[in-house]
Design a protein around this ligand. Sequence first.
Ligand code: R5P
Length: 294
Amino acid sequence: MIVAGVTADYGLGLGIAKLLGARYCRFYSKIFSDGESYLRLDEKVKGEDILLVQSMDMLQDKRFTEMLLAVDAAIEAHANEIYGLVPYLAYARQDRVFLEGEPVSSRAILNALSSAGMSKLAVIEPHKKEELSYFKGKSLAIEVIYSIASEAAKKTSADTLVAPDSGAMPRVSAIAEKLGMDWDYIEKKRSREDGSLSIARGLSDMANSKVLIVDDMISTGGTIVMAAKEALSKGASRVDAAASHLILANGAYGRIKDAGVGNIYGSNCTSNNSCEIIDVSGAVAEALSGFLVD
Ligand code: R5P
């Protein structure tokens, strides 16, 4: 098998290829003066299975389009099976219609990937596993949060994990149980109209606790800021944050640090130089090895 980084694989493709004993290559890419992307697959892939690795974190529309172009290039080059690994799937949070007139964005994206010619798709922690059913071939959701949270908890000597909303609670309680740590959760309310956050259920006493907030993603940072302020107001002596996907849009990093968060831990599923990055190639390669031969 060949593992091919499209335009945004952040070293994950190479790490996985080494662990799977596969060949690794990168697409040649450039941007035309009008902004369109150009891709070329220089590796010979005829008759071989190819795994295309493309994260869709920044410049989401471009990364998605480039993934479609990469599938087509692999078809043209007569690859055997075309598989995809998406370390961060864009548009996944709009997984249903919240207000009349909206699209189901994740359905549009996943439909397009299967229609393009991809036969299997693995996504690292999609917003909801169920939405992968919109992909018409075989799909797999890969979890990496345990590797990230356990490593971050070790580095920060945290004793308490906090889920910043009820959606994160099952994941956080399971990790805490495995690591033998205390845990608590916040119930967050987000306004559908303006996106503002409020707390419906706060934390219990956190006096002198070293808290690690664990979430699936950090986007604007609003959720982490809210949770950090809550933990500090309940007496936490230190607060750090960890998430599988660091998007950190529009100055989120500064807002999170200003709220008193020590370190922000994430993975090489997204591009982020300012944070503590934990390599998740091992967990991803292990999950992929069964899925791709199946
Ligand atoms: C929400 O359901 C997610 O689990 C995250 O908590 C959320 O997407 C984080 O977004 P932000 O950083 O913008 O608050």
